[in-house]
Design a protein around this ligand. Structure first.
Ligand SMILES: [Zn+2]
Length: 118
């Protein structure tokens, strides 16, 4: 079996907006970046509580999660790819400069004596 690609952990912040839902209909929601109305998509046809809102104007993606009772929904602005790429590169750079092993059995965050400076 193929090994999955190594995952790295990056820290990002999400902007969350609460939307109200009336009569089971999600209210029209503007793009959190440019204010254009979003296009809603339902990627999983069996799961109408998880939607994707895309902006035709600026291309920002939003994730929408409808609460189980269907009375409101949360809209998360997905971080843009540029930001993710930059963060990922930053982390890979650090990883190359530091310990070669991804896991440290010695435990969390302790600064090893053999730490290198890139
Ligand atoms: Zn937009």
């Amino acid at each position: 079996m193929a090994q999955p690609a190594a995952a790295v952990r990056i820290t990002i912040s999400w902007e969350v907006t609460v939307l109200s839902v009336s009569a089971g209909e999600l209210e029209a929601s503007p793009c959190q970046k440019c204010g254009e109305p979003l296009n809603f998509h339902q990627p999983d046809e069996d799961d109408p509580s998880h939607l994707l809102g895309t902006c035709g104007q600026c291309g920002t993606w939003h994730m929408i999660e409808v609460t189980p009772r269907g009375t409101k929904s949360l809209l998360y602005t997905l971080p843009d790819a540029e930001l993710l790429r930059a963060k990922h590169q930053e982390i890979q750079k650090k990883a190359r400069g530091g310990r070669p092993a991804p896991r440290d059995p010695q435990g969390n965050g302790s600064r090893g004596a053999g730490e290198q400076v890139a």
